[in-house]
Design a protein around this ligand. Structure first.
Ligand code: ZN
Length: 292
């Protein structure tokens, strides 16, 4: 962000430390200020080196883009902790530009819904724009078809034809110069209830061997076993995205508080227990990220 002092390190620096130390930086989404604060406090208390917080296009619409940036800046100052704000799965150059202009530290230009050539073109355009504004901005691209949505679903078709192809990863990174790459190797968005989610670590290792330059990002970590996440980090994942498990913890926390004290009308009294549930999830995940 513009106000960052020269002695503060940027996100790519923290990701490089993670790669060398074989650990990962967590990424958690938020749509409200209380959840954001819970994520930051729990990450700091759990011993994380830094945390990434993200907003989808929908989450930005809910809070307002200037509000999102101001909230993150305020918490960074208050807690003296490295917090990096990411535009999560922004689907167009225009949306990424809005985030960059507003002061985001990072964008994920998600062109995975486009043709391969169009994905390269839009990702390159975002990289060029971001670096012209501020060389500290970290840009992520996405390659492969990540199925599911950030919800609890019964079943999602998982097929290796959706996986990121190692030779395409190499070509994509060479042509775009992207810093981070979101890849698909068995991961899906959201939580599925009627099937086991399993990562194909062997496939991911082939991607890393073919293209070792970018910082690799694991999306859709909700619903995965802890040991699968650890194995992915050992194989080269430096950034892990969690969203759905936080949403479930928050919603169930509110539901329980409302049920326990139906007459309670003070928002911070019925929201606080929900934030505590979110903090528990963040702390538990952060311990996995840094223990590998
Ligand atoms: Zn994602």
């Amino acid at each position: 962000m513009e106000e960052r002092k020269n002695n503060e390190k940027n996100l790519n620096w923290y990701l490089e430390q993670a790669r060398q130390g074989a650990y990962a930086i967590g990424h958690f989404n938020f749509a409200t200020a209380d959840v954001l604060k819970g994520v930051v406090v729990a990450s700091k208390e759990s011993g994380a080196a830094a945390v990434m917080v993200g907003t989808s296009e929908g989450e930005v619409d809910f809070i307002g883009i200037s509000g999102v940036v101001a909230l993150v800046q305020a918490l960074r100052k208050e807690y003296g902790f490295p917090i990096f704000l990411n535009a999560d799965h922004f689907k167009s150059f225009e949306k990424c530009k809005e985030a960059i202009d507003a002061g985001y530290d990072s964008v994920l230009i998600d062109g995975s819904h486009l043709s391969y050539e169009e994905n390269i073109a839009v990702t390159k355009k975002v990289i060029d724009y971001a670096s012209s504004v501020n060389s500290d901005i970290s840009v992520e691209g996405e390659l492969g078809y990540l199925r599911g949505s950030s919800e609890v679903q019964s079943k999602v078709e998982i097929s290796s034809v959706d996986y990121t192809k190692p030779e395409e990863a190499r070509d994509f990174v060479s042509k775009t110069g992207v810093h981070r790459l979101a890849v698909v190797f068995g991961n899906i968005h959201g939580i599925v209830t009627d099937q086991e989610e399993k990562l194909d670590i062997e496939h991911f290792s082939k991607i890393v061997s073919a293209e070792p330059r970018p910082y690799y990002v694991l999306h859709g970590a909700s619903g995965l076993k802890d040991e699968d996440i650890s194995a992915a980090i050992r194989a080269g994942i430096t950034n892990v995205h969690f969203n759905t498990e936080l949403r479930v913890a928050y919603k169930e926390g509110i539901h329980k508080a409302m049920h326990d004290k139906p007459g309670e009308t003070t928002p911070y009294k019925y929201l606080s227990p929900a934030v505590e549930e979110v903090k528990k999830v963040v702390a538990q995940k952060t311990k996995i990220f840094i223990a590998t």
